[in-house]
Ligand binder design. Structure first.
Ligand code: GLU
Length: 285
């Protein structure tokens, strides 16, 4: 029997305490799964083994259970699946779409500054970081540190036309419905590091496919990254989920919440006596 129930997931990184924004996203996924008779999965995005820890993961799961959420076992923990990401990376490498990038952060800064002092503004990605100024022509010593980057120009030539996705929520400029992706806006994105055979972009795409996720419901801050995700899906022959980018819960000063802001962490709100109902009220759910 095929299971055609929709599949939703919440995919936090245990590199700090969950805050009100995470609560919003987790509850929204949970409720959307429930209302559609779908499944709700939890994925721990812990590829950054230096910043993520089992203690932070335990605290995170405890917060989610306290909110009244329950999810299917087993939880997928990315740090246990590096071999899957490596295989996907090999497939992209075999197509000639990946190269070793050796420029250090300070070399990148210097190159970008040199261009800009000469009067030409250097292109920035949607997060405001300068596009990688190097190329696949660079070489480095065998023991030099490097990152593996997607050769965007080749990837786009391979794909032929701009990929599309269906946006069921909305983007920062109100985009909804069919959206034409603009992966070139990100330049040669990082796919892996020498000592970590993946990156957020690669593992999120692969895991959504491996877990059969049909609906990606997440904060609007990841709207533009979706352009890279749908391109990678096409390069790797993976299915396209539907996307729903939701409002961000903002701090009182209008800024994005961060894991370092203790005031809005679920732990500190719980310690101050808030109930799960208070949390739902605070985030308007
Ligand atoms: N792990 C990401 C984060 O915590 C979310 C990934 C996603 O939902 O696609 O921001």
């Amino acid at each position: 029997m095929t299971d055609d129930r929709p599949v939703f997931r919440f995919a936090p990184s245990p590199n700090g305490a969950l805050h009100l924004g995470h609560a919003y996203s987790a509850i929204l996924n949970f409720e959307m799964a429930r209302e559609s008779g779908g499944r709700f999965l939890l994925r721990v995005e812990d590829i950054d083994t230096e910043r993520c820890s089992p203690a932070l993961e335990r605290a995170m799961l405890d917060d989610l259970a306290w909110l009244g959420l329950s999810w299917e076992e087993r939880v997928r923990r990315q740090s246990e699946h590096f071999a899957d990401y490596e295989k996907a990376l090999d497939a992209l490498e075999a197509e000639g779409l990946v190269y070793r990038a050796y420029l250090s952060r300070s070399e990148i800064r210097r190159l970008v500054e040199a261009h800009e002092t000469a009067g030409t503004p250097w292109p920035r990605d949607p997060d405001g970081a300068p596009l990688y100024p190097g190329s696949r022509e660079e070489c480095g010593d065998d023991d030099a540190p490097y990152l593996l980057r997607l050769d965007m120009e080749r990837a786009l030539a391979w794909r032929g036309e701009a990929p599309e996705w269906i946006e069921e929520g909305s983007g920062p400029d109100g985009q909804s419905g069919p959206v034409s992706a603009d992966p070139a806006a990100w330049g040669d994105v990082v796919l892996a590091r020498r000592d970590t055979p993946t990156s957020y972009n690669l593992s999120v795409v692969l895991d959504d496919a491996l877990q059969g996720v049909t609906h990606v419901v997440r904060g609007r801050d990841l709207f533009h990254a979706t352009s890279v995700h749908v391109l990678l899906q096409d390069l790797l022959g993976l299915p396209r989920p539907r996307y729903f980018h939701h409002d961000l819960v903002l701090a009182e000063d209008g800024r994005k919440l961060s894991k370092s802001n203790r005031d809005t962490s679920l732990q500190s709100l719980r310690a101050a006596g808030a109930t799960p109902e208070d949390i739902r009220r605070m985030i308007g759910l």
